[in-house]
Design a protein around this ligand. Structure first.
Ligand SMILES: [Fe+2]
Ligand SMILES: [Fe+2]
Length: 143
């Protein structure tokens, strides 16, 4: 399906930049890490190895959410509560995806779980994190 191919190929674009160097570096590295997960799957690496990558990715997501929440506090972002809630929900879903991958019977199931993970994170970036960008821009314009 063309849509699936598109998602697998989704790459970092500068329009995803929020305007904070740490948060932007973390977002950028998600794309690399998901790319590595995909390569590990296609290379048919042992499942234990793949799960190690998943765990490292989950840790990166957790660290990133904490960092982004600190940024939102710092800049007085008005939707902090909602955004924090969304992060907690996403983290639960990242952990669920990790469990799905651990229990997957075949490569296709692993790929589907990884793909779903990627869709969730990209959608969050495009819809929620971009509000932080707009807020930062508004603040800069008001100066
Ligand atoms: Fe976020
Ligand atoms: Fe983010």
């Amino acid at each position: 399906m063309e849509g699936d191919n598109y998602l697998w190929r989704i790459e970092w674009r500068d329009e995803f930049l929020v305007g904070d160097p740490i948060v932007d570096a973390q977002h950028r590295s998600f794309f690399e890490e998901v790319g590595q997960l995909r390569i590990a799957l296609l290379a048919d690496e042992p499942q234990a190895k793949f799960l190690e990558y998943c765990d490292a990715f989950t840790d990166s997501v957790r660290t990133h959410f904490a960092e982004e929440e600190r940024l939102m506090e710092r800049i007085g972002f008005p939707r902090l509560r909602e955004h924090r809630f969304e992060h907690a929900l996403l983290l639960t879903r990242v952990e669920e995806a990790r469990r799905e991958i651990a229990g997957a019977a075949c490569l296709l199931d692993c790929m589907m779980a990884t793909r779903n993970l990627m869709i969730m994170l990209v959608e969050h970036l495009l819809h929620e994190d971009m509000r932080i960008k707009a807020h930062l821009r508004g603040q800069a314009a008001a100066r």
